[in-house]
Design a protein around this ligand. Structure first.
Ligand SMILES: [Zn+2]
Length: 496
């Protein structure tokens, strides 16, 4: 009797498998797929990609409502159409472009993450059919205590021989940044049982999320050898998901799924309150974990709109934002290490590596965040009624695409109490109109809360834009590569 029953189940199993389309692995060869599976011993990769496919099927058939279409039309009407600069890197100028071009984005959660089996249970649970895979679906749910897969005080890693020298350098810079701005120590180790292997898997940039246990991977393939990509992937390895997948993202962005590559719609899946804890921090368009407006586009049309439209070009930033740093400090309980110390102003908080010094919102610096951030730039006074102030930075030198990191020139513009500052972007030369202004641009903090990333401008169409501050202090930063920031900006300041 039991034999017969077993036989029937077997036939049923085969029937189910055949009814499903096989996962499309894109450009990956059979060897590569095997290698990918081997690199993820804590993930049943077939089960993972099958859940992604099922999630995609459901999202692809979800048509926008009439109201959503109307809202979208309204948003688009209010936006400037940017003439985008030609691509700098043939692999792509953003993570999503690189992974799409590499043909791997549709086999990764959010386009660049691999989830462990327990994470698949929690995050993709609704899209699993375990009769196919033989794994029991666990009734696993993260609670408000999420994140759970953290490293504690030390993040162990090593560089695989496959990693290029350039990628290694980018990773080292990103590691130094995360280490200096959190209480997590990054320690190189070939032997610690739990460690991250930085390696090169073809052209892909991706990571596991949080600490998996055992040896886990972080790939910086061709096109991924830049600070911002390494910083983003390490963000995943430390436990971050994407900004655009926050459970509350609908308050901040509108996804235009009509422009998304059909087999990648699932990359815009949202997390839930049970697996996403943002420590009460607000949505930040300038997060290093935020994709740009063209992420996974099928037609070069925008796939994401900022509900606060002026922040459209802030999305896709190449810098780790203040809120990224602040949230990572909350994740790893760094803030609790400084019950006493410096009195931070302008939204800063105590640096757990030295409680007498503050970590400041960008544009601000000094021990308590009351001074201008160090480096080039100046403190300016806006005197009414109108003052033309030329700000010239760097030289119009040749743009070097092989830059390693960014330099900022920071200005703090002040007006008398009770007045506002009006800035007009009079001239901008040497700019690069790339989403997120990832190569160079100007950032203006118009809000009086300077913890948020400011508004980024880097397109010709932005010339003539008038920005009025909420308060009487306005940080303005120029962002560019290397020691010299090519570019030339003239602002017209007025006191209102
Ligand atoms: Zn990512």
């Amino acid at each position: 009797m039991s034999l017969k029953l077993g036989f029937i189940l077997f036939v049923l199993g085969v029937g189910l498998v055949e009814s499903r389309a096989k996962h499309q692995w894109g450009k990956l060869t059979a060897d590569k797929i095997e290698q990918f599976k081997k690199a993820h011993p804590r993930t049943n990769v077939d089960r993972f990609v099958s859940a992604l496919d099922r999630m995609n099927e459901r999202m692809a058939t979800k048509e926008p409502t009439a109201e959503e279409k109307l809202n979208l039309a309204e948003i688009i009407k209010g936006l400037k159409n940017h003439k985008r600069s030609p691509r700098h890197h043939k692999e792509g100028d953003s993570l999503s472009q690189i992974n799409t071009n590499a043909g791997i984005a549709n086999s990764l959660y959010g386009g660049d993450m691999v989830l462990s089996d327990p994470q698949v249970d929690v995050i993709l649970g609704d899209f699993l059919d375990d009769s196919e895979t033989g794994r029991d679906k666990r009734q696993a749910h993260y609670s408000a205590k999420y994140p759970t897969d953290l490293w504690g005080n030390t993040f162990y890693y090593y560089f695989d021989a496959s990693l290029s020298a350039k990628a290694k350098k980018a990773a080292q810079m990103a590691i130094a940044f995360w280490q200096n701005s959190t209480c997590v120590d990054f320690v190189e180790s070939q032997t610690n049982p739990n460690r991250v292997r930085f390696f090169k898997d073809g052209d892909g940039c991706y990571s596991d999320v949080g600490m998996m246990g055992g040896v886990q991977v972080l790939s910086l393939g061709t096109g991924c050898e830049y600070f911002y990509i390494a910083a983003h992937e390490i963000g995943h390895a430390l436990g971050f998901f994407h900004e655009q997948s926050r459970y509350d993202r609908d308050t901040a962005i509108t996804v235009n799924s009509g422009n998304v590559i059909p087999d990648q719609r699932y990359n815009y899946n949202k997390l839930t309150t049970s697996n996403n804890n943002n420590y009460l921090m607000p949505y930040d368009y300038g997060s290093i974990m935020q994709y740009d407006e063209l992420a996974f586009t099928s037609n070069n049309g925008r796939t994401m709109f900022a509900k606060r439209a002026v922040y459209q070009n802030t999305m896709g930033s190449a810098l780790i934002s203040f809120y990224d740093i602040s949230m990572m400090n909350s994740y790893y309980k760094c803030k609790a290490k400084c019950p006493n110390g410096a009195t931070c102003v302008n939204g800063g908080f105590r640096n757990s590596r030295n409680c007498n010094v503050c970590i400041c919102p960008s544009g601000w610096g000094g021990i308590t965040c009351s001074e201008r951030e160090s480096g080039c730039g100046a403190a300016l006074i806006a005197k009414g009624p109108i003052q033309t102030q030329s700000i010239t930075i760097g030289a119009n030198n040749e743009f070097d695409t092989e830059y390693e990191t960014f330099e900022k020139c920071n200005y703090i513009i002040r007006a008398p109490m009770g007045y506002k500052i009006e800035v007009i972007l009079k001239t901008m030369t040497g700019i690069d109109c790339i989403p997120g202004c990832v190569y160079k641009g100007i950032e203006v903090k118009a809000m009086s809360d300077h913890r948020y990333t400011g508004i980024r401008y880097c397109c010709e169409e932005d010339i003539g834009t008038k920005i009025v501050s909420e308060g009487n202090v306005m940080p303005v930063s120029l962002i560019g590569p290397g020691c010299n920031i090519p570019g030339y900006f003239i602002l017209r300041l007025a006191c209102m």
